[in-house]
Ligand binder design. Structure first.
Ligand SMILES: [Zn+2]
Length: 171
């Protein structure tokens, strides 16, 4: 191969590689899929404060609608080790699987991942001197607890939940 034909074939290869890397159809299809995914909302459940007060127990109302915190070691869910799903006590949305539950030693039910990232919302919480990340139900905005970066692998996250905000359904 002489020098000129080498340069020519290299140039041809470059064009081919660029075309392969970014087929226009695939790019726009992927972008459309991303947009679609982001736009699939959970049907938001909205109720007035009065309605929540009527439906929930005083404890459930305080924790989920007023961002309260239950006393550590007070939740019966701490001792649940069966296979099942932890759902939002306000709207029944599945939030955590027993597969990601772990013993954190904090006194609050702890998980290293939500059942689906889209089922929880995260919000910066400045109510204490330490900035925390609040975790809420994506459907009804119930306050669930907080997420911290000191959890076990594979995520390294610790979803520190109020048991009062959850109900357990065994599989
Ligand atoms: Zn909910």
């Amino acid at each position: 191969m002489n020098r000129r034909s080498f340069i020519e074939s290299f140039a041809m290869f470059g064009v081919a590689a660029a075309t392969l890397q970014r087929p226009p159809f695939f790019t726009s299809f992927a972008q459309t899929m991303e947009k679609t995914k982001a736009k699939v909302p959970l049907n938001k459940l909205r109720k007035s404060d009065e309605e929540w007060k009527r439906i929930l127990t005083p404890d459930q109302y305080f924790i989920t609608r007023q961002a309260g915190t239950e006393a550590p070691y007070s939740s019966p869910l701490l001792n649940i080790h069966d296979s099942g799903t932890f759902e939002c006590v306000c709207c029944d949305l599945p939030l955590f699987s027993s597969k990601t539950k772990f013993e954190s030693g904090t006194g609050w039910p702890s998980f290293w991942a939500p059942i689906d990232k889209r089922n929880v919302l995260e919000r910066t919480d400045h109510t204490l001197s330490e900035t925390r990340t609040e975790v809420l139900c994506a459907r009804c905005d119930a306050h669930l607890g907080h997420v911290f970066n000191d959890g076990p692998m594979p995520t390294g996250l610790r979803y520190c939940m109020n048991g009062v905000a959850l109900k357990f359904t065994s599989n």
